[in-house]
Design a protein around this ligand. Structure first.
Ligand code: ADP
Ligand code: ADP
Length: 237
């Protein structure tokens, strides 16, 4: 069974006159990273919000392990939040500048109910920072002390700290300069290999998608217009 998917999902924002997503079906298989591409306004971010369970479909359903996503059940909600994590585009706005890095990275564990003083929490934070090649000293610093690429590593560490199986990434390198982009893409590639992480990446950056995603879907005006192996889709005229 697929890890995660949308089945005939439509979504319309409150007050909007058209669907932001219109009858979209897509699946994310374990170990098969998926790129969601399309022009600005095609519905990519909306699809990601649905996969994250941040908004509920107007029609259709979000499916997790073959079952409809059920965030009303507390135990299932915790399990889902542990397994599906997210990284956003802009590491300047996604990291709270007033919080120390260790506090930022531990936040998903705290929201799952671990208390801050716990040794397990501190070791999970240290491990997540090591996973993204930041040293132990980083934990005691603040986001402004880091470059854009390092900040995105901190955001990735925050996503990794729960030990997720799926990482949703919304334009994770678009806000970075070119040389930094390559480092972050290489990091995500390594995490896929070493941790078996499945990446779902929203991007208009075809080279980033080609490097990371085995499969691709193309959205246009809220509809899914193409899908397939990345190479094939990108080679189509
Ligand atoms: P991107 O293409 O990078 O997703 P957008 O310009 O589409 O950026 O959206 C930026 C933010 O504005 C998002 O949080 C999105 O939800 C919101 N947004 C986009 N379009 C509208 C709209 N028509 N009405 C209200 N909010 C919108
Ligand atoms: P993309 O991520 O591909 O740029 P979005 O999912 O952000 O596309 O947007 C899809 C459509 O939904 C666009 O027409 C956008 O203007 C609209 N939209 C996005 N966010 C909002 C919002 N908060 N309120 C109303 N319309 C929105």
């Amino acid at each position: 069974t697929p890890l995660l998917g949308l089945e005939g999902v439509s979504y319309r924002y409150r007050g909007a006159t058209a669907d932001a997503l219109d009858g979209v079906t897509l699946t994310v298989e374990r170990g098969v990273s998926l790129g969601i591409v399309g022009e600005s306004g095609s519905g990519k971010s909306t699809a990601l919000s649905l996969l994250l369970g941040l908004v509920r479909p107007t029609a259709g359903r979000v499916v997790v392990d073959g079952e409809a996503l059920n965030l009303a059940d507390r135990r299932r909600r915790r399990e889902f939040r542990r397994r599906v994590q997210v990284v956003y585009q802009d590491p300047y706005s996604s990291l709270d500048p007033r919080q120390r890095v260790d506090r930022i990275v531990s936040e998903p564990l705290v929201s799952l109910g671990l208390s801050r003083g716990r040794v397990a929490l501190r070791s999970a934070v240290a491990k997540a920072l090591a996973d993204v090649d930041l040293d132990g000293d980083a934990a005691r610093r603040y986001p402004h002390e880091f470059s854009g690429g390092q900040r995105q590593r901190i955001a990735i560490a925050r996503a990794l700290v729960t030990g997720p199986s799926v990482l949703l990434a919304d334009e994770p390198v678009s806000a970075l300069d070119l040389s930094t982009r390559l480092g972050v893409i290489a990091l995500l590639e390594r995490l896929k290999q070493e941790k078996g992480l499945t990446v779902v990446m929203v991007s208009h950056d075809v080279s980033a998608v080609a490097a990371l995603c085995e499969r691709i879907v193309v959205l246009k005006d809220g509809r899914l217009v193409e899908r397939g192996a990345t190479r094939e889709v990108l080679d189509r005229p």
